[in-house]
Every structure is written in C-alpha cells, then in structure tokens.
Design a protein. Sequence first.
Length: 324
Amino acid sequence: MFLAKLMSESEDVLRGKKLAFLVAAPRSGTTWLQLLLSRPPSVVTAHETHVFDVFMRSMLDQWSHERVTRTPTGPTNLLSEEEFHALLRAVSSIVLAKIAQRKPSATVVLEKTPNHVNCWREILDEWPDAHFIHIIRDPRSVVASLRVASRSWASQWASSRISTNCERWISDVRNGRQIRSATDNYQEVTFEELLSDGPDVLMRLLDKLGAPSSLDECRRYAEECRIENLKAGKLDNAPFAMTNRNESYRIGTTDSWRVELSKWEIALVERLAGPLMSELGYAPANASKTTSVFVGMGWTTWKAARAVRRRLRRFADRRGLVRV
C-alpha cells in the first residue's frame, strides 16, 4: 500500500515537467555545465544518482540473461515485459521525483550522471520524452584529467593508462552521439565552446529545454560559475555540496594537455582517437612524423604482446596450470 502510494505521488510530482539527462565521457565538464544549468529558477538538479547505470543495471542485465537462457527461475517467469518495465519506471520515477521536490516550482528536472551515456536506450524505454544534453571535450584533456584523478579521489574508477582512458572516451562519445538518431530531444555541446562562448551556449540549451533565459541572465550565471569561484567554494545556492573542489575543477582550460602529456602520449591519443577527433573538429598537435611512426610501432607491438598473453592465460586455464 505504501509503495503504491509512493509511486502514485512520484508520478504526480513529475507530471508536466521535462526530464533532462546530462551525459558524457567522464571528466568532460559535466559538473560545471550542471551548475550553469541549475542557476535559473525553472531548473532543479541534484548530485549524481546512478539510478540507471548502477542501481537498475543488475535488474536489466538479469532480466536480459533470463530471457535469453529461458531459465526456469527468476522474475521472467512471473512478470510480463510490460510489468517489468512498469517496475523500472517506478524505481526511476521515485528517484527523479525526489530531485523535483527540491524545487517544486521548477519545470525541468536535470539528472547528471555522466555514465548514463551508456544507458540512454533504457532511459528512453521508460521515459520516451526525455531530453539529453551531451557534452564533449577534447580527448587529450579528458585523458590527462583522468590520469590525474586516478592518483587520488577517483582511484577506484579512473585509470592511469593513456590507452585505457582514450578508449573509454571513444566508446562514450560514440554512444552519446547515437542518441540523436533515437530522439529529437538531443543537444550536443563541446567544453571548448562552453568555455569560449558560455552565455550564448547556455541560452541555447535552456531554450530547447523550455526554460528560456535572457542573454543577460546567462551572462550572470556564467559569471557566478566561473571556475575560480567554484574552486573557492563561492557559488551561492549550489544544488549540492561541492567537495573535492580543487581536484574536480582543476585548471579549466582547453589546452592544459600540452603540458600534462608528453609528445609521445599526445601522439598515442591522436592515433587512437584520430578519426573521431577529426569528425568533431579537434585538430592534431604538430607532432613529427618520426614520433607518430614510433608511437604506431609501439602501440602495434603492445597490442600483439597483449594478445599473446591472453592466449597463454587461456591455455594455462584449460590445462589447469598455475600462473605466476
């Protein structure tokens, strides 16, 4: 009885409001953009919920597994597809309604979990009218930032490896750009244009969300959310506690990667992400042809060695050999 009442109340709270999901590869500027978007009275937001990528992920994966394997146990033998999706919508609606209740007068509920870039299909299954804002940042900046974060506050999920971070950027950006083929409610923005032309970009994003603000208001929001203010904790009425400020907001420039990455590391990122970088308009650094050739040779050799190690491990597993 209590659960049914909670579900009904949550749907009532969300009725008439637009749901917007801010997604990206990690370390692309999502928190900064979230704070900018949170300034108008018509937008309400909160800390990352991870409701789709963590809390509901196990439910979705188990449901798919049972459907494929036709296991005789589990919820698939009791629930219809429609009932299962009703359950998922109920879970997410309760979470989203809690965000909405933080500012009842708001007309836009903004949820920011970067990794929801890999869950957009599941989101649209439950919320077909959802809006998506996808922020993209130069992969060289993302890779450098992830490596720094891996040494401290993000050690549990960020990698120190250039190639791992680059491959993650490629995968996340490609996944995010696929959203445009599934809904008209998709907006794409780059960190670089937000930094150089913030008020105009912010005005455009808010307008499509149905929360229009004037250019003067957007200029004020941009001034309030200057990186220096965020690092100093000087943002009034922030929608959540701003912890790890110096680590989270770091430098806030477009080219710090030039000093944070070596020329070899830059060349490796550009070799791996080159086609997508070109598609997005990110120009390569002026690396020498010699550097590019040696990086390519090293990367090819490393991949070959990794493949050999994997084959040896599989052979050892099959033979029951002890690996040292």
